[in-house]
Design a protein around this ligand. Structure first.
Ligand code: EPZ
Length: 427
C-alpha cells in the first residue's frame, strides 16, 4: 500500500471493531520464548510489526501458525540467541526480545538499535536493569552482547524514569531470575499490565500489576497458554478523535474504555457526548468544537503521546488557541509542515509546545507520513479537509493499524489505498 486517498468533509457515522493492541501484542509474543510448549494468541493484530516479530521468532527456531482463531507459537525448538540484523533495523520494539532471550538462553547478541524520527530513544534503562539482575552486558562496535553468567538473580530495580520498554524487558528477565525482584518506578501503561497478566497465566508470580511497584518471584516453569490480546487504546483513540474532527457519531466496538480516561476527558472538553457500555464506546461529536483547549502528554494514565499528532489535526477545527505540549519524545511534531500545507495555522511556542489557531477549514493536499502515528494524524486531517488528500508513506501506518482505510470506510468515509506495484486500489 503506497498511498491513501481521502475525499474529506464527510461526518463519520457507524460502528467499527477495535483491533487488538500492537503494544500489548509485541512484548507478549516475545515473552512466549520464556514458555515451554505452545501458545495460542487470540485477537493478535494483523499488522506489519506483528508480522516482523513473528518472523524473528521463526528465525529463532519457533514454529508459527496463523489460523482463524489466532496465532499459534511453538517455542520448543527455539535455540538461537543471535538476534537477526533486521530485528532492530526493522522495528525498535524487537528490543523486548533482549529480555526474553536473556531469560531463555542466558545469552543475547544484537546490533545496537538506532534512534528514530520521533526521538533518540536510548536503551540505557534496559541495559541497566539487566546488569542489576546480574547479566554481563558489553557494548562494543555498535553491538550489544549479554550473558547471564551463572544465572540472573532477583534484586531491587529502581527505574530512574518511566520507560514502557525498559519495564517490560526487566519483567522478562526477572521472571527468569532466581528469587524476588522488586521493580520500583515501573511504567503503568496497560500494555505492561497485559504482559504481566499473560506471564501469570503461564505460571509466573507477579504482584502489584497495574501499579508502579511490581514484585516478581522468578525461576518458575512457564507453560504455553491461550491468551487474548486486549483491544488497542491508541487505535480506539485515533478513531474517536477523527470523529471529533469530522463530526458525526460512531460506536467503537471493544474499545478499552477503562484505559481511555484522558482521551474521553479531552473529547468531552471539546463538547462530545460519550456513552460507555460492556460492548464498547458510543461518541456523539458536537457540531462545533469548544475552543482554547490544552493537552500535555504524560506517562499513563496521563494523555498518551501516541495520540498527540492526531490531536494536532483535530485542534485545527477548534476556535481560539489550543496548546499541545509533548513531554515524552524529543521530536514528535513531525507533521506540522504537512498540516500547514493543508491550511492549518500552527505556531511553535517552545521546543516541546505548539499553539494551534482555529477554526480553520483544512484543504486537501498531497502529504507524506514519516512515522506511524503522524501518518494516522494525516489521514485524520484528510477526513476533515475539503477535497482530496493523498497521504504517501503508508507503510508507516500499516505498522500499527490493521487496515485504516477499511475501518474508516465502515464509518462512512470515502477513502481507499493505492499500492503502486499492484497499481490498484483496495475499494
Ligand atoms: C513504548 O515505546 C511504545 N511502543 C510507544 O509507542 C510509546 O509511545 C512509548 O512506549 C511511550 O508510551 C511500544 O510499546 C512497542 P519508553 P518505548 O521507553 O518503550 C526514554 C507507537 O506509536 N528512554 O516508555 O520505546 C525515551 O527516549 C509507539 O505505538 C530512555 O531515556 O518508550 C523516551 O523519551 C511509538 N532510556 C521515554 O524514555 C531508555 O532506556 C519514554 O520511552 C528507554 C527510554
Amino acid at each position: 500500500m503506497d498511498s491513501i486517498h481521502v475525499h474529506g468533509g464527510i461526518c463519520l457515522q457507524g460502528k467499527v471493531k477495535v483491533q487488538g493492541s500492537k503494544n500489548a501484542a509485541l512484548p507478549i509474543l516475545a515473552a512466549t520464548l520464556l514458555t515451554r510448549g505452545t501458545n495460542v494468541i487470540h485477537n493478535c493484530p494483523k499488522i506489519a510489526d506483528v508480522y516482523l516479530m513473528l518472523h524473528l521468532l521463526d528465525s529463532l527456531g519457533c514454529r508459527i501458525l496463523w489460523d482463524a482463531d489466532g496465532v499459534k507459537i511453538d517455542t520448543g525448538h527455539a535455540n538461537y540467541c543471535e538476534m537477526p540484523v533486521e530485528a532492530i533495523r526493522g522495528m525498535r520494539s524487537s528490543l523486548c526480545l533482549l529480555g526474553a532471550l536473556l531469560g531463555r538462553t542466558g545469552k543475547v547478541s544484537m546490533e545496537y538499535p538506532g534512534g528514530c524520527v520521533i526521538g533518540k530513544r536510548p536503551i540505557d534503562l534496559h541495559l541497566e536493569a539487566f546488569r542489576k539482575l546480574g547479566a554481563q552486558i558489553n557494548e562494543r562496535d555498535g553491538r550489544i552482547d549479554g550473558n547471564a553468567g551463572k544465572g540472573l538473580k532477583g534484586t531491587l530495580l529502581s527505574m530512574p524514569r518511566s520507560s514502557v520498554g525498559a519495564t517490560e524487558n526487566a519483567i522478562l528477565a526477572a521472571v527468569s531470575a532466581k528469587g524476588h525482584t522488586c521493580i520500583r518506578g515501573a511504567a503503568r501503561e496497560p500494555e505492561v499490565a497485559a504482559l504481566c497478566d499473560y506471564l501469570c497465566r503461564c505460571g509466573a508470580k507477579i504482584d502489584g500489576i497495574g501499579t508502579g511497584e511490581l514484585h516478581i518471584w522468578g525461576g518458575r516453569t512457564l507453560r504455553g497458554v491461550e491468551y487474548r490480546i486486549p483491544a488497542d487504546r491508541i487505535v480506539a483513540g485515533t478513531y474517536l478523535l477523527a470523529c471529533m474532527g469530522t463530526g458525526g457519531s460512531i460506536f467503537l466496538e471493544d474499545a478499552p474504555i477503562s484505559q481511555m480516561d484522558s482521551v474521553i476527558r479531552l473529547a468531552k472538553g471539546l463538547g462530545a457526548r460519550c456513552q460507555g457500555s460492556r460492548e464498547g464506546l458510543y461518541l456523539q461529536a458536537p457540531e462545533r468544537l469548544l475552543g482554547d483547549r490544552k493537552i500535555s502528554t504524560q506517562v499513563y494514565p496521563g494523555f498518551p503521546t501516541d495520540l498527540q499528532s492526531v490531536v494536532l489535526a483535530v485542534f485545527t477545527k477548534a476556535p481560539g488557541c489550543c496548546v499541545v505540549e509533548e513531554n515524552i519524545f524529543e521530536d514528535r511534531f513531525r507533521i506540522l509542515d504537512a498540516l500547514a500545507l493543508m491550511g492549518a495555522r500552527i505556531k511553535r511556542l517552545t521546543a516541546n509546545t505548539v499553539a494551534v489557531y482555529g477554526p480553520v477549514r483544512l484543504k486537501g493536499h498531497e502529504v507524506a507520513a514519516c512515522e506511524l502515528r503522524g501518518g494516522a494524524a494525516l489521514v485524520t486531517a484528510g477526513l476533515m479537509a475539503d477535497g482530496e488528500t493523498v497521504v504517501k508513506g503508508c507503510e508507516y501506518i500499516e505498522r500499527g493499524y490493521e487496515n485504516i482505510c477499511r475501518d474508516f470506510r465502515e464509518l462512512g468515509a470515502r477513502i481507499y489505498s493505492v499500492s503502486s506495484e499492484k497499481g490498484k486500489r483496495d475499494a
